[in-house]
Design a protein around this ligand. Structure first.
Ligand SMILES: NC(=O)c1ccc[n+]([C@@H]2O[C@H](COP(=O)([O-])OP(=O)(O)OC[C@H]3O[C@@H](n4cnc5c(N)ncnc54)[C@H](OP(=O)(O)O)[C@@H]3O)[C@@H](O)[C@H]2O)c1
Length: 356
């Protein structure tokens, strides 16, 4: 049984390329999912055509379809599109997602879904009003790795009782050498490490310390520090401590000023610990488990060749096929919980954006 999903990609930039790579690889492998790229929504025709060329979107890997290059407005009105992947900076997500939904399209919106919780609520209201599927693209949650890791830790109890998590997403990118209009520095684009990358350590604490999501989530408290850059007026260094009601704690960090540790996740229990490794900590592909003596007792590696976006894309396909309006692994109220937490962290550290 095959299932076809006609995609439009909104924004011909960095993350859209990585997302498209996985759809095309899936099509080459002739799986049960036909992810057809119908259209590229782009600020200019030339840029859209260059995107098609540089990502090698050809008839052979796109089910004999040549994507069109369209303006964003044309994408909203295009009747051939089922679902729009929104890969633009967060400040544009609210308006673009609502335009898609009001024109009868399902949407997968890159993380963070918006700049704050209030904006995310507006998107979800539009999704409900239009009876369309909507999900924040928290791809990390959908890797098979996560299910395997959670089975080892919480069903087989290989590290005993879990007490503490360290999770980091940091990379040194010589911030001051970037133009002030860069997505990493520009406050008008809601720059800052918390929203851009700190959301991933938060996500690991949500995945690895709590089995529930959204309104059913276990209660927790948080304390945090953001170091606000005096020129950019956004954070490039962020530390958060979370304490769940059962006493478990998470120490979560993000930064664009320094590189993070090789083991970007360390989950500690009474009988051992888990380490996760990746060139990009959002990409949950590899972990090892050690016993108390430091002996490696288990290793898992995802050698699929995908970047990893295919797992969320297939989940979107399954939900749309089933007529669902939200996904049970990443439902609307989990996005609202995380956005609300990041609102609180920004508020206690005096970081405001125009959208607040
Ligand atoms: N899932 C992940 O691991 C991951 C990784 C990186 C980023 N992201 C998220 O993906 C989103 C995009 O990030 P990115 O790194 O792909 O961004 P990007 O390459 O800088 O920009 C993506 C596209 O957004 C539009 N755009 C960029 N700057 C703009 C501006 N100042 N005004 C108007 N439009 C602008 C452009 O669209 P046109 O092509 O139409 O000109 C651009 O091609 C962000 O929300 C980010 O948080 C997610």
């Amino acid at each position: 049984m095959t299932f076809t999903l006609n995609w439009a990609i909104l924004g011909a930039g960095n993350i859209s390329s990585q997302f498209v790579f996985d759809l095309l690889l899936n099509n080459e492998r002739a799986t049960g999912y036909h992810h057809i790229i119908e259209s590229i929504g782009c600020s200019s025709k030339e840029k859209g055509e260059e995107f098609i060329k540089s990502n090698n979107i050809v008839l052979a890997n796109n089910y004999l379809t040549s994507p069109t290059t369209q303006t964003y407005e044309e994408i909203y009105k295009n009747p051939d599109i089922d679902v729009v992947y929104i890969g633009t900076p967060h400040t544009f997500h609210k308006e673009q997602a609502i335009n898609c939904l009001n024109n009868g399209k399902h949407v997968l919106v890159e993380k963070p879904i918006t700049v704050n919780k209030k904006e995310a609520e507006e998107i979800f209201e539009a999704a409900k009003k239009n009876n369309k599927f909507c999900m924040e693209a928290v791809w990390t949650r959908f890797f098979p790795t996560i299910e395997i890791l959670k089975t080892k830790v919480y069903k087989e109890h290989v590290i005993g009782d879990v007490h503490r998590l360290f999770a980091d997403l940091s990379y040194q990118c010589d911030v001051k050498s970037l133009p002030v209009t860069s997505r990493v520095r520009d406050r008008k684009l809601a720059a800052g490490s918390l929203l851009d990358i700190g959301i991933y350590p938060i996500t690991y604490s949500r995945i690895l310390l709590d089995d529930k999501v959204g309104s059913k989530a276990s209660k927790f408290e948080q304390k945090s520090f953001l170091t606000i850059d005096k020129d950019d007026l956004v954070d490039h260094l962020c530390s958060i401590i979370i304490k769940y009601e059962n006493g478990r704690q998470a120490l979560l960090t993000s930064s664009e000023l320094v590189d993070g540790p090789k083991a970007y996740v360390r989950l500690e229990g009474t009988k051992g610990w888990v380490e996760m490794y990746s060139d990009n900590p959002a990409r949950a592909k590899h972990f090892k488990i050690f016993d108390k003596s430091g002996k490696e007792i288990f290793e898992y590696k995802d050698d699929s060749g995908y970047n990893g976006f295919i797992y969320e894309a297939n989940a979107v396909g399954n939900d749309i096929k089933a007529g669902k309006l939200e996904n049970e692994i990443m439902p609307h109220d989990e996005s609202l919980l995380v956005m609300g937490l990041m609102d609180q962290i920004r508020e206690e550290n005096g970081l405001k954006y125009d959208q607040d």
